[in-house]
Design a protein. Sequence first.
Length: 180
Amino acid sequence: MLDSYYSFRSGFGPDVVQKVGARPLFLWPKEVQVRTIQTDIEARLADSEPDVEVLLAEVVGGSTVRLFIDHPDGVTLGLCERVTKALPEVRERYALEVSSPGTERPLSKPQHFHRYLGRRARVRTTGDVRDAAGGRRHKSFTGELVGASQDAVTIAADGDPPTLVAIPYAEIHRSNLIEE
């Protein structure tokens, strides 16, 4: 069970396994940590900053959370400060960096990919993915975003000619727009 932490004690007498509470984050796989932290941050900001969109929350070096946000009116220093102050629980456990997405905006949700169809992106996967022709396997693809469904993004990967690659969202490790 992912959300529980069990203690095992052996010695004199019978072995004992007991549930001792929530599993500490350092025992969770990194991908689960990132999703859990991002979901928690989104929930905390929903009330205090409802117009803020959390693009990506990533753990860097084990002790820092880097948070990329967006807002319909743009991201200002004042907004970054308000978001930082709205997350005291995160600041207790991690150093918190809050910033705008910049030109290489992270893409972490299906709606992000859909919004930027026609733009160039780099998509890195957790494992090898075959191109549409069933040819070579790759872990990194750069090209134009040409399709986005609820399950996968399709990229016209650079090449001559470009190769269509459908990448399930569950296989994406990290992705971002790239400058043209």
